[in-house]
Design a binder for this molecule. Structure first.
Ligand code: PXP
Length: 243
């Protein structure tokens, strides 16, 4: 059965939009853990636009479920990962202008450049996963770099505008997952998965973990709205009675 690692970056985005102490992604992670999350994922970006180093260190201390650091493959991020020692590092490309990770990490043909940054993570016993487009040559290159895991980029599947296009992209994910499994890689998937497109990806026998964030945080806002308003109304009512 596929496991769920909940990406809590969007809680941090909300916090950073006002530089407040709330909502705290560490608290959100603990609630996600209570709700049955199998793991927690965060992506400390190089510009620290959402997740802060404080979040990363606290999460490593408090979580009782596997912790995945999604990160650009840079010396700074490798240093952070070696200090924090998450269970898994998912290597992603990172562009400053992008709103979210837009493509898999291009590894084919760049092995000589990437290997020296990947080796220290492997030597530290961290599960190295490479976020990858659903393409056979990229998956084969990830394997040759010693990564134990690939995370297949489900963005094109999630963004498909018609049922036919979605079916087409799904088949590409299936083929990639089978190719990776054939090489002996562990296979994860993620990006853009939501409440109506997740189940058939989760049902694929090759899939180990799904990394999902945006849709879950969006749902949390909706299911929590009524209670949040009621609690503020209670404060107003109490203030009115005291006046
Ligand atoms: N996997 C990777 C590598 C990502 O970059 C992201 C987005 O941070 C996710 C999974 C989760 O995507 P979403 O927030 O769309 O569920």
């Amino acid at each position: 059965m596929a496991k769920l690692s909940v990406n809590i970056d969007h809680i941090a985005t909300l916090r950073q939009s006002r530089d407040t102490a709330y909502p705290d992604p560490v608290e959100a992670a603990i609630l996600a853990q209570l709700g049955g999350a199998d793991g927690i994922t965060v992506h400390p970006r190089e510009d620290r636009r959402h997740i802060q180093d404080r979040d990363v260190y606290l999460l490593k201390q408090v979580l009782r479920i596997p912790f995945t650091l999604e990160m650009a493959l840079t010396p700074e991020m490798v240093k952070l990962a070696l200090d924090v020692k998450p269970e898994c590092c998912t290597l992603v490309p990172e562009l400053r202008e992008e709103r979210t990770t837009e493509s898999g990490l291009a590894v084919a043909g760049r092995e000589a450049k990437l290997q020296p940054l990947i080796d220290p993570l492997l030597d530290a016993g961290i599960d190295v996963s490479i976020f990858i487009d659903a393409e056979a040559d990229q998956i084969t290159a990830a394997h040759s770099l010693g990564a134990q895991t690939v995370e297949i980029h489900t963005g094109p599947y999630s963004n498909a505008k018609t049922r036919e296009a979605e079916d087409h992209e799904f088949q590409i994910v299936v083929n990639a997952a089978e190719h990776a499994r054939g090489l002996g890689l562990k296979v994860n998937a993620g990006h853009g998965l939501h409440y109506t497109n997740t189940t058939r990806v989760a049902a694929l026998p090759a899939i180990g973990w799904l990394h999902t964030g945006h849709s879950i945080i969006g749902m949390a806002v909706m299911v929590g709205m009524e209670r949040a308003v009621r609690e503020m109304k209670t404060l107003l009512n109490e203030a009115g009675r005291a006046a």
